[in-house]
Structure formats: structure tokens, C-alpha cells
Design a protein around this ligand. Structure first.
Ligand SMILES: [Ca+2]
Ligand SMILES: [Ca+2]
Length: 270
């Protein structure tokens, strides 16, 4: 029996679109029957989905990629989803890859009104990438890869998502992540345009994960109409808020960092 990573409590089962506490409560009530999985705390669900993918989770624990940046060397080999209509869909990775992640993320990347699933997938020779899965017309009974960023290019190199939003309000969804949060510490933002992900901006000197932590620090702040990226500086001393406008990332120091509570407060607009 492999030891499983300790995950965030299920109160963190909120998507970037559900800010209100009542929504979260409804989601938890509506999902008392959680799926059977090796990773019960990976279950991500939203009641904002009226059709298409409503719930996603990881399964098939494996130790075939012994990187261990998330606190153990157990990663997931499969991704499952359930639609609002009750249909279940899956994808199992080949042996060269794992989901090196905590919880899949749900967001409508292509603007068709249905969620895609945003994951961190790692290859045993090429390291991590953002991999987006969805339901296609061609293969309606399985999850399919619909978009991805390139692999970092080397094994045991990871990335940690900040979040998904239309950060620059141009009508296209953007995915922000820290490329190698322990080494390079580069914030990268990719937009979904013309059927694929394209990098639109990058900025050095930011991070959101320490080796061994089973959580990612920071995320998306949505206090008004603007979505901002909350991370810390590369020395873990300051909370940094970064915004995207006209292809340019601008960072502001918004306070001292002494622990996770500081970034959580920033995301909660406190
Ligand atoms: Ca979609
Ligand atoms: Ca955008």
C-alpha cells in the first residue's frame, strides 16, 4: 500500500469562478457522493457547469516518476471526469507520463460554455507541461488532449499553476504558471488562441512553491473586474501582485510574506 499525499481540505474545492461561500457550500452538499479514487482530495467540482464537465479527479497512484516535489513520490496515472449530464469519461496516461499535480482545474478555455480540465503532466525524459483535456466531437466518449504547453525539456523539472482567467480582459482565457518554481522562477502567461496555447508574457523573479509542499501558494485574485496573479518574490519575503495589460506583466509588492496566510488573504481581497 503506497502512502498517499496529504491534500488540501475539501473546503478548497472552489473553482476560480465561484467566489461566494454559498456557492462553495452548495457544491459540497451536491457532491456528498465522491468518486472512489486513490486521490480523494483531488476531486474538483463546480456547480457553475450546466452542461459538459462538472467534476474531475485523479486516480491510479504510481511511483514510476520519482520526483517528489509535492512531498511524496506518488503521482497519478489517470484522469477522470463526470459531466453535468452524468456521463463519465477518462484518460489513462502511457507509462512515460504522470499527472504531477494536486487537483485538476476546471475552466472554459475555448469559450464554448463547457469546461476543460487543466492539469500538470510530466514526462519521464522531458519534465512538466500544462496539459488541457476536454471532450471532442471526434472522440465523445473519452477525455482528449485539446491543448498543451511544450514540456520544460528535462526530467524532474516542474511547473506550478497560478491560475486561469482572462487576465488582460481581451476575451481569451489565459493560463498563468511559474516555470520551475525552485530554479528558474519565471511567471509565464499563455493564451488560448486559434485552437492552441500561445505564450503572451513572461517575468522573472516570482515563485509559488517550495520543494516538499503539498500545496501551491497564491493564485488568482478577483476583487473587482480585474483578475491578478498572486505569488511571492523569489526570496519568499514579499507577496507580489502581478497584472497583465497589452502583453506586459506588471508586479506590485503588496506586503510581507511570513506564511501561507498572507497569500490566502490577498486572494480573498483582504
Ligand atoms: Ca470549453
Ligand atoms: Ca486574455
Amino acid at each position: 500500500m503506497m502512502m498517499k499525499r496529504l491534500y488540501l481540505p475539501s473546503i478548497f474545492l472552489l473553482t476560480i469562478f465561484s467566489n461566494s461561500t454559498s456557492l462553495i457550500a452548495n457544491e459540497l452538499t451536491a457532491n456528498k457522493r465522491l468518486p472512489q479514487t486513490d486521490f480523494p482530495e483531488s476531486v474538483m467540482t463546480t456547480n457553475a457547469a450546466k452542461n459538459g464537465i462538472k467534476t474531475a479527479w485523479y486516480d491510479d497512484a504510481t511511483n514510476r516518476y520519482a520526483h517528489g516535489v509535492l512531498g511524496d513520490k506518488i503521482e497519478a496515472g489517470a484522469l477522470h471526469a463526470k459531466t453535468a449530464e452524468g456521463k463519465r469519461l477518462s484518460i489513462t496516461l502511457d507509462k512515460s507520463q504522470v499527472f504531477e499535480d494536486i487537483q485538476p482545474r476546471l475552466a472554459d478555455i475555448d469559450g464554448d460554455g463547457r469546461n476543460e480540465i487543466i492539469t500538470i503532466r510530466s514526462h519521464n525524459q522531458k519534465g512538466a507541461q500544462i496539459a488541457v483535456f476536454g471532450i471532442t466531437k471526434e472522440i465523445p466518449n473519452k477525455l482528449s488532449l485539446v491543448a498543451s504547453t511544450p514540456y520544460i525539456g528535462q526530467s524532474y523539472r516542474w511547473l506550478a499553476p497560478v491560475g486561469i482567467a482572462d487576465f488582460d480582459n481581451d476575451g481569451t482565457m489565459d493560463i498563468a504558471y511559474i516555470d520551475r518554481p525552485h530554479l528558474a522562477k519565471i511567471l509565464r502567461v499563455w493564451s488560448y488562441r486559434n485552437g492552441s496555447l500561445q505564450q503572451v508574457a513572461q517575468k522573472q523573479g516570482l515563485t509559488n512553491h517550495k520543494i516538499g509542499d503539498s500545496f501551491i501558494s497564491g493564485g488568482v485574485q478577483q476583487c473587482d473586474k480585474e483578475s491578478s496573479m498572486i505569488t511571492v518574490d523569489s526570496n519568499w519575503e514579499r507577496v507580489i501582485k502581478t497584472t497583465l495589460k497589452n502583453g506586459k506583466l506588471t508586479s506590485a509588492d503588496i506586503g510581507s510574506y511570513t506564511g501561507r496566510a498572507n497569500v490566502d488573504a490577498a486572494i480573498a481581497c483582504n
